[in-house]
Design a binder for this molecule. Sequence first.
Ligand code: SF4
Length: 342
Amino acid sequence: MVKPFVPQLVYIEPRALEYPLGRQLKKKFTDMGIEIRETTSHNQVRNLPGENDFQRYRVAKSTLVVGIRKTLKFDTSKPSAEYAIPLVTGCMGHCHYCYLQTTMGSKPYIRTYVNIEEILDAAETYMQERAPETTRFEASCTSDVVGVDHLTHSLKQTIEYFGKSEYGRLRFVTKFAHVDHLLDAQHRGRTRFRFSVNADYVIKYMEPGTSPLTDRIEAAAKVAQAGYPLGFIVAPIYLHEGWREGYRHMFEKLEAALPEAAKKDLTFEFIQHRFTKPAKRVIQKNYPLTKLELDESRRKWKWGRYGIGKYVYTDEEQEEIQTELKSYLEKHFPAAKLEYFT
Ligand code: SF4
């Protein structure tokens, strides 16, 4: 069992205290006896304790910065949604392959934003622009938002906001099982609650600091019982010795543990492992003993967004992955919808 996240160090922007959530969090962390420091900007947290980059990276991953989200222009979030809704940036997990290691560069600490109403107002503007089309918002593009929400409840507030909205839908994905406070949220079926799942090998060796698969599945069953539309992201699909068996077991465990009602409206997303050259450098620096295979010569080069290339599996391997995983999906969850493989 991985315990719910408790930061070792908290930074607060003075302006965050102008918001009720900022004041609540300051009180909460003071009562918990956690060291609180002031920072002028959540983008400029400096002097984190630690003697070298390796130590400072680990301290940063357990540091929470309470700030204000100034940029209210949302990024797009294809293929899972139209827009990314920014509630939190950064994550306490230590998944070796995580793309946040490169996208967050020198700021691996966790930032939570207290101006939730302003963020939701911005979401409303995006929804109105597209109405009467539905607009989907993804809340986990730059974080694992569930991992910190037991402290902030900003995701819960967002779920309830979308519960009342006519044209908006919310989605997020998590590797954490700490979902109890979200079970009574008034979601009205407008939030799809997804869990990231993987073969035992990947979870054991490459996802330290996240909840074990059994806990994630148990949480998924509770979420389904609370009436949320449920989904699973199998990511990253990673070829390792015994991968077929590993993924087959994963599907078997899922089927055995989920209540029948949860199987009616299920979505799956399949995402193969990929990496970029800069990501490889950062991963090997932050997790020098990783078992993650990052050999460019065994992969296929693929141009990505903004001209940044990445290494994916070869066409034959991709075919094999798709055939194999689709067969498990059809066997165990014939009514589920596969949203995409990428
Ligand atoms: Fe990254 Fe998700 Fe792992 Fe957090 S839980 S480190 S966001 S992959």
